[in-house]
Design a protein. Structure first.
Length: 178
C-alpha cells in the first residue's frame, strides 16, 4: 500500500462520490410546468420538437414534488407571489430556480405597477437569470448550461477545503510529534 493513501482516502472518495452525484443531477433536470405570462410561450417552444428539451434530460413535470428546476416564465404579480413561494417550498432539495425574462427578474415594463413584484429574487433564491423580453428558447438553453456548470461544482469546493484542512492538521500534528 502506498504510504499516506489511507490518510487521503476519505477525501478522495467523498470528492469522487460528489462528482458522480453532481453528474447525475446536472443531466436530469426535470422542470416544473409553471408559467405566469407571455414568456411561458417561449418555455413551451423550448419543450417542443424544434428545441426538444428532453434530449438534454429536461422533462417537463406537473408536480413540484418531483421537479428539480422552477423556471419563472413571466410576470409575478402580488397575487401570484404566495403560490410561487408555496410551489418552491414543495420542491425537494436540491432545487434550482431560473428567472426567465425581465419581468421575472425585475418587473420588466411593469416594474412600477402597484400589483407587480419587481424581481422574483425578493421571494425565492434565483440561480440563473435570463435577460430579454421575451428571451428566445436558445437563451433558456444557455441558462440551462450555466446551471449545469453550477451543479457540477456543488459541494466539491467544500470537500476540497475539508481535505486541505485535514492535510494541514496532519502536518501540524507530525510537526508537534517531530
Ligand atoms: S419579459 Fe416580456 S415576454 Fe416575458 S413575461 Fe415580460 S413582457 Fe412578457
Amino acid at each position: 500500500m502506498l504510504p499516506g493513501v489511507w490518510r487521503h482516502a476519505p477525501g478522495i472518495l467523498t470528492t469522487s462520490l460528489q462528482t458522480l452525484v453532481n453528474w447525475g443531477r446536472q443531466n436530469s433536470l426535470w422542470y416544473m410546468l409553471f408559467a405566469t405570462a407571455c414568456c411561458g410561450i417561449e418555455l413551451m417552444a423550448f419543450g417542443a420538437s424544434r428545441f426538444d428539451a428532453d434530449r438534454h434530460g429536461m422533462v417537463p413535470w406537473g408536480s413540484p414534488r418531483q421537479s428539480d428546476v422552477m423556471i419563472i416564465a413571466g410576470t409575478i404579480t402580488e397575487k401570484m407571489a404566495e403560490p410561487t413561494v408555496r410551489l418552491y417550498e414543495q420542491m425537494a432539495e436540491p432545487r434550482y430556480v431560473i428567472s426567465m425574462g425581465v419581468c421575472a427578474t425585475n418587473g420588466g415594463p411593469f416594474w412600477q405597477g402597484y400589483n407587480v413584484v419587481d424581481g422574483v429574487d425578493k421571494l425565492i433564491p434565483v440561480d440563473v437569470y435570463v435577460p430579454g423580453c421575451p428571451p428566445r428558447p436558445e437563451a433558456l438553453l444557455h441558462a440551462i448550461y450555466r446551471l449545469r456548470e453550477k451543479i457540477a461544482r456543488a459541494g466539491l469546493d467544500r470537500a476540497r477545503i475539508r481535505e486541505a484542512r485535514g492535510a494541514e492538521a496532519a502536518r501540524t500534528l507530525s510537526g508537534t510529534q517531530g
